[in-house]
Design a protein around this ligand. Sequence first.
Ligand code: SF4
Length: 350
Amino acid sequence: MPLTPAKIQHIQRQVIHWQASHGRHDLPWQHNVSAYRVHVSEIMLQQTQVTTVIPYFERWMQDFPSLSALAAASEDDVMAHWQGLGYYSRARNLRKAAAHLADEHNGEYPNDLKALNAIPGVGQYTAGAIRSFAFNDYGPIVDGNVKRLYARLFAIDGEPNSSAFNKIMWQYANSLTPEASGAFSQGVLDLGATVCKKSQPLCQACPLQSDCLALKQQRIAELPNPKKRKIKPVKDAHFVWHTDSADQLLLIKRPSPGIWGGLWCLPQHDEVPANSELVGEFTHQFTHYTLNAQVWRAAADQVNEGLVENGKRMAEFRLQSVHELSAVGLPTPIRHFIENVIALRQPTNN
Ligand code: SF4
């Protein structure tokens, strides 16, 4: 459906007016706004709920208040601040972004969509968000909530993850976004998140109800169309549990890039280590597969076998007290597994 200039202006006004009185204004990154704060918050908010992000964001800003503070931080320190948020490549990319901005832009954020898009870990959405919220310039955005809003507002069918559907969504965003886009971008995000909700949208409270084709056509329940379900593959993994006489657990640093890259972890082997006994099992859901993990208690020589190749040690390692795990960045399922093992054995030790 082609949008006339009058229609675009009407939608912009409705959204901006609604955002001023009903939108969100008190999120931590909406205060002392800077490109750095917007960038960090947007990266944290990818795949993660606002309520989960808030304490992480506040701790991050306390310890890395600026790009230069982040650039100077060690990888271990950065990963420890991300622990529990998942998708750790986001934290690694933030560090890389700080270095990139120092090298290419004198430690400043460029006010340019293409240059923002070239920052490591910054895609089309985040570039638009930084330009919109930090500079209040033209920065179109499309996330899952905005897609739902536009799919209903303009009654657009299509597989929501397909490139054809995404292209249409971005065309709408490009057309609808005003030159000074901060309030409008915040408005569509807020509308998608709080009014045009997945189930039972609050159409009576929606500033766009007179424009909404899905409402007019009674197609709200079927728009956006359901995503195609994919069957996730299952991968097996074997981890090794080895403690020394002082109850220190052997941890290795995961190679980066890769799953849990840069985090400390139990050593992983391709096969069950020889002469080992099962400590326990856990399952973890990644976006693209299910991990079935078994953890084996093994002697030092068996652990070494997995870490040493042609006489050369392949991984950075450390011995960490099982009672001081908070000092290191561990993947959440590994941390939970270790804590469960320790908790279960407490009664026999006391
Ligand atoms: S009227 Fe209802 S379905 Fe349409 S955009 Fe508003 S909340 Fe969404």
